[in-house]
Every structure is written in structure tokens, then in C-alpha cells.
Ligand binder design. Structure first.
Ligand code: MG
Length: 255
């Protein structure tokens, strides 16, 4: 599949959708507190998206080769879970947890993707540093995503910033987004400067570093969806959908 350069009209709609998604995810993040179930957060996200005239992009999403479709609107991954955990009534958040919220939106036929990791009450210094560094890694990646640079420049910037202080999830990556939820190119969170697909104005991509306190390695869970750290260490995830321009990228999943 070739890289899709978005039209002006598509960019306008995706810009609008990005603002809605940012607003919804911020509201869901604010609801995170000890005692709430991940199921309740999922229901809240679904209701907010419907209220805005959108559709949750992950609900019933079934990637090629996946044994079953994702049964919820938002992925809510706790502590050693990296991504794609299914919200459950029995999954009650508690003080000291870190929670990754990953939400995709379909709005007027076009897609945006956004994730944050937040604290439940008071968290350890170690976890707070993980959150801060992962958020910063995303910013560093976005700064590298200026027109004329390459996908390798993004990965290289993130990997250099992390500087082996944390594990970098390598099997999962950022991606093109817009016409579909996942498009070409892949945007790995590691790489060589100047290598790979050139960043062309009008491309829309999601950059999403996932960092682990321990090693890079991941394992799948028996629910066929959740991906966890192999060593049980905590993991964080931040993601923005951005527009490639001639100069600095424009963050679209922002209010
Ligand atoms: Mg994504």
C-alpha cells in the first residue's frame, strides 16, 4: 500500500476530528481515579464520541490475521500492560496504577489516533519518570517529523533521546492514519537518521512511543489482544496524530 497524501478537504476534516478526539480523551483521562472500572471509562468514551457525531474506530476493529475483533471503544492498559487491553467490569483501578488510554476516532469518514498514560492517584517516582520520559520521547519524535526528513529520522530521534534508559517496544510502531486507522508507512520508535520513507507535506501520521522500565521484549496475553512487557515491568504510551508540512509538523490531536 502506498503512502496517502491527504487533500486540503481531508486535512480540514481530520483537523476537526483531531480536536474532538483530544477533547474526549482529556475528559476520559480526568475520570481516571481509584475505584473506577476500565469498563466504566470505556462506556464514558463511547458516549462522548457518539455525542460529537463520531464513531469509535477500535470498536469491532479486526486487523488482518487477528482471531477476533476488538470488543470496546478504547484500549485501557494498566501497569505492565503496554497496549490493546480490553476494558472490563472487573478491572478496577487502584491508587498507584499507571493507565494507558488509547483511542481512535472516525469522524466524517476519516480517522485520528491518540494516546496518553496517566497516574491513578499518587504514583511512584519511578513510574512518574517513565511517564515524563515517554511523553518527551513523543515530543522529540514530532520535532524530528518536519517535511523533507524521513521516517528513520523520527525513530532515530526517539531512540537517541531514550538512550537505553528504558526499553523501547520494537514490534509495535506508529503509522500513517486518516483514510484508514492504520496506513503506510510504519513509524518505528528506533531507526537510522536519513533512512526510510521521506516525509512529504500532506502526509498524516501517528507517532506513538511505548517505553518499558525493563527490557524491550513483549508477550501476548490469552485474551488475544493485550500486549504486556515480557519482564513484568511497567510501560507507558503516548501518541499524537500529526500533519507533515514544509516545516514543523502540526499536532492534530490537540485542543
Ligand atoms: Mg496508533
Amino acid at each position: 500500500m502506498a503512502v496517502i497524501i491527504k487533500t486540503k478537504e481531508q486535512i480540514e476534516i481530520i483537523r476537526e476530528g483531531g480536536k474532538i478526539l483530544a477533547d474526549v480523551l482529556r475528559k476520559v483521562a480526568k475520570k481516571v481515579a481509584p475505584g473506577i472500572s476500565t469498563y466504566e471509562l470505556d462506556k464514558y468514551a463511547f458516549d462522548l464520541i457518539k455525542e460529537k457525531g463520531g464513531t469509535p474506530a477500535f470498536l469491532n476493529y479486526r486487523p488482518e490475521g487477528a482471531p477476533k475483533a476488538f470488543p470496546a471503544s478504547i484500549c485501557i492498559s494498566v501497569n505492565n500492560e503496554i497496549v490493546h487491553a480490553i476494558p472490563l467490569k472487573t478491572r478496577i483501578l487502584k491508587e498507584g496504577d499507571i493507565v494507558s488510554l488509547d483511542l481512535g476516532l472516525k469522524y466524517k469518514g476519516l480517522f485520528t489516533d491518540h494516546a496518553v498514560t496517566v497516574a491513578v492517584g499518587k504514583i511512584s517516582k519511578k513510574d512518574q519518570d517513565l511517564l515524563d520520559k515517554t511523553k518527551k520521547a513523543l515530543e522529540v519524535g514530532i520535532i524530528a517529523a518536519c517535511g523533507g526528513n524521513t521516517v528513520g529520522d523520527i525513530g532515530h530521534a526517539i531512540e537517541s533521546f531514550v538512550n537505553r534508559k528504558y526499553g523501547i517496544v520494537r514490534e509495535l510502531s506508529g503509522h500513517g492514519v486518516g483514510v484508514k486507522i492504520h496506513e503506510d508507512p510504519y513509524i518505528p520508535n528506533y531507526g537510522k537518521a536519513g533512512k526510510g520513507q521521506k516525509l512529504i507535506p500532506g502526509m498524516i501520521i501517528a507517532i506513538e512511543p511505548m517505553l518499558n522500565i525493563g527490557k524491550d521484549n513483549i508477550v501476548g496475553a490469552s485474551d488475544d489482544w493485550t500486549i504486556k512487557t515480557a519482564d513484568g515491568s511497567h510501560s507507558a504510551h503516548f501518541e499524537h496524530t500529526i500533519l507533515i508540512t514544509e516545516g514543523d509538523a502540526e499536532i492534530l490531536t490537540m485542543i
